[in-house]
Ligand binder design. Structure first.
Ligand code: FMN
Length: 390
């Protein structure tokens, strides 16, 4: 199987290359009746968009065009195809990469797998994170579906290189990070991130970072033991994102250094219902959602395309040489990566909501649609309200 499709009940198939004419997605399994417009999708794409300070200078409009599956502003139950044209393509800086594969990038593995003569080297071709535009489009549709249960997905950049937020932000602060050019959820952290990135850019280097994603108010009981546990599906979704090198949820790797008495998620009664005291398990136990907020973190490596010269080989002579990568690159891919992780998380949760019967797989009821519309309005307003605060 070629590996361009993700999901079970809700499926995305992405297509397109960095310097091809367009990138896009086919989203299948969306029930009929979901109100959906190009501006809903564009709203989500705006947080991933390049062409601004601290990220890649590529000036893309990222205007989505819905080709199918929507009639009179509502989904019909048919596959939804959406494309975004690539308009700011400059392939010249990739001439050298054709013969000198970048250290840390997918160039050489693609050549090994597909053959040199079949490899689209322009902008990283299919391995380029331009493909993640398609994921964010799918994620926008999934996020709208999640409004049925008033479930919101939001993320922020928890750490960048050596800098880290060491307090727990509120969900509102996390939402607020959407208006930060570096996805920071606090002003002081934003300034520190900006200084660090400016320094890296001057030095022709890059930084990695950790994105943290919260799913607020998820339904309890999602996830199918044993191989389709929600943690397993989330891990696959997130590790499929370019440059992601690690995934954890709840206490994550910290749990390995703790005692059982410290790490156990104590069960308590709150408002007459069983709840978990500290949510140490990040909303997932036994691969099933507990109903507590889902807390996920993932590590992005530093951008591999850097100006600093590094060793590689010249494929024409098979001799060792160096490369200094030019062109337009993100100094820290984790900044725009946050939106991509949000999208993949939303897709997994929506997929499991359909699989477990929380969302009708065929057609939404009038009550569902009303709830989606009013919760989506609140969501857009909440993001807008945050605009001035960063
Ligand atoms: C939003 C986003 C933007 C990215 N931008 C760049 C970039 O400008 N330059 C680059 O070399 N890698 C960039 N990457 C990472 C590469 O696509 C990725 O490292 C490469 O495909 C190799 O895959 P791997 O790191 O998962 O092994 C970006 C990743 C994401 C998620």
């Amino acid at each position: 199987m070629p590996g361009n499709t993700f999901g079970r009940a809700l499926r995305i198939t992405t297509f397109g290359e960095s310097h091809g004419s367009a990138v896009g997605v086919v989203v299948d399994g969306v029930p009929a009746g979901l109100p959906l417009s190009e501006s809903d999708i564009e709203f989500e794409l705006s947080f991933r968009k390049p062409g601004r300070i601290y990220v890649s200078g590529r000036r893309e409009e990222d205007k989505p065009e819905i080709l199918s599956g929507v009639f009179n502003g509502r989904t019909t139950g048919a596959p939804i195809a959406v494309v975004v044209k690539n308009i700011d393509v400059i392939s010249k800086p990739y001439d050298e990469i054709r013969y000198k594969p970048r250290p840390g990038h997918a160039d050489l593995p693609y050549i090994i797998r597909y053959g040199y003569e079949n490899w689209d080297h322009r902008g990283g071709g299919r391995a380029s994170a331009r493909e993640t535009v398609a994921r964010v489009i799918g994620g926008a549709i999934a996020k709208k579906l999640l409004m049925i249960t008033d479930t919101w997905v939001a993320g922020h950049l928890k750490s960048l290189g050596p800098l880290e937020l060491n307090t727990e932000p509120s969900f509102e602060e996390i939402l607020c990070s959407r208006n930060s050019p570096v996805r920071a959820c606090r002003k002081d952290l934003e300034e520190a991130y900006q200084d660090l990135i400016m320094r890296a850019m001057k030095e022709g280097d890059s930084y990695g970072g950790v994105a943290e994603i919260i799913v607020r108010n998820p339904p309890a009981g999602l996830g199918e033991p044993v191989f389709d546990k929600i943690k397993a599906d989330l891990a696959k979704a997130i590790l499929s994102i370019p440059a992601v090198v690690g995934f954890e949820y709840g206490l994550g790797f910290k749990a390995a250094r703790m005692k059982g008495s410290e790490a156990n998620d104590e069960i308590i009664v709150k408002d007459g219902k069983p709840r978990w005291r500290y949510n140490y398990s990040g909303g997932i136990l036994g691969g099933i959602t507990t109903g507590e907020d889902i807390v996920i973190r993932c590590a992005f490596k530093p951008t591999s395309s850097i100006r600093k010269p590094q060793r590689t080989i010249d494929l024409r002579t098979m001799e060792e040489t160096t490369i200094s990568v030019i062109g337009r690159h993100d100094p820290a891919v984790a900044i725009r990566g946050v939106s991509v992780v949000e999208a993949m998380v939303a897709l997994v949760i929506a997929d499991h909501m359909i699989r477990s019967g929380v969302i009708n797989p065929v057609k939404l009821s009038k009550e569902d649609i009303d709830r989606i519309e009013s919760n989506w309005r609140r969501y857009i307003e909440a993001c807008g309200r945050m605009q001035g605060s960063q």
